[in-house]
Ligand binder design. Structure first.
Ligand code: FAD
Ligand code: PYC
Length: 417
């Protein structure tokens, strides 16, 4: 095996990236598709893959304005779990988790899914009440989960500051052993390669700038690069840009776009073997297989599409992490970045039809959609291939914001939504 160091390593990484960019045919689009997917993130690519693999629909194009996986999919902190409170979300995320469990084999691509367990810490009496309620709900839904006390948490994570005198005393935690992490860009690459090999056209650097709509029915998309391209159905899977796409189609989505940030440290020897999240302090941390500490913050409160956030949010997250893990106080940080997450009023996604016939949206995953990637792709593909929405997707229809059938998952994740 070749070894690289210093400048050689950088040159190797650039070459690897360029090869990757050329890895598929990157074809010029056809004039007409059965389905155009707008957005080449994990959810769009997974949708394309399952359309081709499970439903034999291969006359499909994924249109991506940048490069595949360059949005939130390649920017998240990779936490996967299914311990949501309400039945509708628990079923959807558990469906995804079960797909994660066979995903590397299914795609013949190592997505490095590592079920090392996820802890959601409780620091107050109310936290612990909420944790008990959520774990009980999870178990009733057949989802693994336990309530741990502080001593049990300390056993799982010996370097966590569980002292009674700490600023954020750890009273206990919820524990989902089947949760974990995966390698985020491998997920995009794995789905992309598999979809490509089944005949899907993956068209990068091709921004969708509008829709062809006749009599309230979508007929195709407009692109800056290739002009108009026809499609029987168009599926928008554009995360933080979904509101802009809806505006182009002439309606509004109940979505706000916010920056969400993360950062990684220099690689260090393995010291943290679980995923630790704290809703109360808005910090979450795991250690990647490469050795970096992967740390995330809460969302910035202002709206923005800039894929970058403000310094105070990162400072606040790091202050909390250092209180919880004093051992990390002198670890140098390596890289920091932001994504643009799409939040909805009930912190749950929108998967379904829109006011324009045959124009569909899958968005609003906010700070928590990475874990849903395979499940979201599969139920969306089934919905697009058939005549009605998949039963797991139905509760997440856009019309719930008119009917009032909201699924309020605020606070169910370890982040500020
Ligand atoms: P994206 O990956 O953002 O893909 C959408 C794509 O659409 C982009 O590539 C974009 O370029 C493209 N696009 C947009 N507009 C157009 C257009 N007009 N034409 C063509 N293409 C267009 N979730 C978890 O479950 N666990 C976590 O630990 C976690 N941590 C996170 C940490 C951070 C810092 C961030 C930012 C997010 C985190 N998330 C997490 C959320 C998760 O990353 C997202 O919910 C998920 O990746 C969304 O995937 P997607 O495919 O829908 O969107
Ligand atoms: O939804 O588990 C999650 C999550 C962790 C960090 C950001 N989102």
């Amino acid at each position: 095996m070749e070894r690289y160091s210093g400048f050689g390593l950088i040159k190797h990484a650039i070459r690897h990236h360029e090869n990757w960019q050329r890895a598929w045919r990157n074809p010029a689009p056809k004039k007409q598709y059965d389905i155009i997917i707008v957005g080449g993130g994990g959810h769009g690519l997974a949708t394309a893959y399952y359309l081709a693999k499970e439903f034999g629909v291969t006359n499909v194009a994924v249109m991506e304005k940048g490069y595949l996986g360059g949005g939130n999919t390649g920017r998240n902190t990779t936490i996967v779990r299914s311990n949501y409170l309400w039945n509708e979300s628990a079923h959807l995320y558990e469906h995804a988790l079960q797909l994660w469990e066979g995903l590397s084999r299914d795609l013949n691509y190592n997505v490095m899914f590592s079920q090392r367990g996820v802890l959601n810490l409780g620091h107050t009496l109310q936290d612990m009440r909420d944790i008990r309620r959520r774990v009980n709900a999870n178990r009733l839904n057949g989802i693994d989960g336990e309530v741990l006390d502080s001593t049990q948490v300390q056993k799982l994570v010996p370097i966590l500051n569980c002292s009674e005198k700490s600023r954020y005393p750890v009273l206990g935690a919820s524990w989902q052993p089947r949760g974990g992490v995966a390698r985020h860009d491998a997920v995009a690459w794995g789905f992309a390669r598999a979809a490509d090999s089944l005949g899907v056209d993956l068209i990068q650097e091709c921004e969708v700038t509008g829709f062809e709509i006749e009599d309230s029915r979508v007929r195709g998309v407009k692109t800056r690069r290739y002009g108009s391209i026809g499609a029987r159905k168009v599926a928008c899977v554009a995360a933080g840009n979904s509101g802009l796409l809806a505006n182009l189609a002439g309606f509004e989505l109940p979505i706000e776009s916010h920056p969400l940030q993360a950062l990684v440290s220099e690689p260090i020897k393995p010291v943290l073997h679980r995923v630790v999240m704290s809703n109360q302090v808005h910090g979450y941390i795991s250690q990647s297989n490469k050795g970096d500490l992967v740390i995330g913050a809460g969302i910035d409160s202002y709206n923005g599409y800039g894929q970058r956030g403000s310094y105070p949010k990162i400072e606040q997250a790091l202050a909390a992490i250092i209180e919880l893990f004093p051992i990390f106080s002198r670890v140098p940080m390596n890289r920091q970045w932001g994504g643009t997450v799409d939040t909805t009023p009930d912190a749950c996604p929108i998967i379904g039809e829109s006011p324009v016939t045959n124009l569909f949206f899958n968005c609003g995953w906010g700070t928590g959609g990475f874990k849903a990637t395979p499940g979201s792709g599969q139920v969306f593909a089934a919905s697009l291939a058939g005549d009605e929405m998949h039963p797991l997707a139905k509760p997440f229809c856009l019309t719930r914001f008119y009917s009032g059938a909201l699924i309020d998952e605020h606070g169910a994740a370890g982040v500020a939504h």
